[in-house]
Design a binder for this molecule. Structure first.
Ligand SMILES: *[C@@H]1O[C@H](CO)[C@@H](O)[C@H](O)[C@H]1NC(C)=O
Length: 188
């Protein structure tokens, strides 16, 4: 009797463990199509309980994360621009980068609003999701342009490295969001 009870208890624990792992499997398999799957899983697993197995929520979280990271990079770049004693080329690169990141912020916030419409009955899914795909892809270009501005030999040292590292990370998160959006669009 006690043995049977322990067995049932053990089996229930296995089931609970399996259910708890399910969202993470969903995230893992969705992320496997992105260009940076490990970063994708790592950054989205925190939101597993919100995402569950819902493709819309997955995409919404990925896009919101990309916007938030882009916003924090925008404020980082704007703070660096207030530093004294940089070379004029560095100020110029920072200003350009700030503009590009700000364009990215605009496009990503618009995309997030547009994405909400994809989940509204009676709205044209294909139209809204294709707008999202276009704008997120343009935001990714903005972010890459900023990185390119810091790639040249004219700039060196800490400013260049810290901006590049940040923007590369943001661009990877945005690239992942775009891949998940494309997947969501084609599965619809
Ligand atoms: C992004 O920031 C907004 C506002 O602070 C917050 O509500 C949202 O949960 C954040 N998104 C993610 C994915 O953390």
């Amino acid at each position: 009797m006690a043995k049977a009870f322990s067995l049932i208890l053990l089996l229930s624990l296995f089931c609970i463990a399996a259910i708890a792992a399910a969202p993470s499997n969903f995230i893992k398999s969705s992320c496997s199509t992105t260009q940076y799957p490990a970063l994708c899983v790592e950054s989205l697993s925190v939101y597993a309980s919100t995402i569950q197995q819902n493709p819309h929520r997955l995409v919404q979280t990925a896009l919101s994360l990309s916007l938030n990271k882009t916003l924090s990079t925008q404020s980082f770049v704007s703070k660096l621009n207030k530093f004294k004693g940089l070379k004029s080329r560095e100020y110029a690169a920072l200003r350009d980068c700030f503009e590009e990141i700000s364009d990215g912020v605009d496009r990503l916030s618009r995309s997030l609003k547009e994405l909400k419409l994809c989940n509204v009955k009676g709205e044209d899914f294909t139209w809204h999701i294709s707008n999202v795909e276009t704008w997120v892809s343009a935001a990714l270009t903005d972010e890459s342009t900023c990185t390119d501005g810091f790639a040249g030999k004219a700039l060196n040292g800490r400013i260049k490295n810290s901006v590049r590292a940040r923007v590369i990370n943001v661009a990877q998160v945005t690239s992942n969001a775009l891949a998940l959006i494309n997947q969501y669009a084609s599965n619809h």
